[in-house]
Design a protein around this ligand. Structure first.
Ligand SMILES: [Zn+2]
Length: 112
């Protein structure tokens, strides 16, 4: 049983696109506070880094899943507003842009 069943259709749609190798270049998750955006983003990341995803989701046992669970997956970055702030700073976005342009995402390129 999932923690946030109202987000299941979105996660299912994302999982199907993952299995088909069809992704948009970016996703923007918006909604009211407390609706589960962070949870949904975490589930999406797990699906992306999993080396053996299925319709049920990330396997939870492969190297990609273990690295993500440990917070050490080399293709994963989490950005949140600085403490006491409500917005992500421009320099944080620039750092992500540099990270993305300097990395080869082996997970996505290997599957699609
Ligand atoms: Zn996995």
């Amino acid at each position: 049983m999932r923690a946030l069943p109202w987000l299941e259709p979105l996660l299912k749609q994302f999982s199907e696109r993952r299995l088909q190798g069809r992704f948009p270049h970016a996703l923007l998750l918006t909604g009211l506070p407390g609706v589960g955006k962070s949870w949904l983003a975490e589930q999406m990341v797990r699906l992306l880094v999993c080396e053996q995803p299925s319709e049920a989701g990330a396997c939870g046992h492969c190297r990609g899943c273990e690295l993500e669970a440990a917070g050490t997956h080399p293709d994963s970055r989490t950005i949140v507003p600085p403490e006491g702030k409500q917005q992500i700073r421009v320099d944080q976005i620039r750092a992500v842009s540099d990270f993305c342009s300097s990395r080869v995402n082996t997970q996505v390129s290997a599957s699609g």
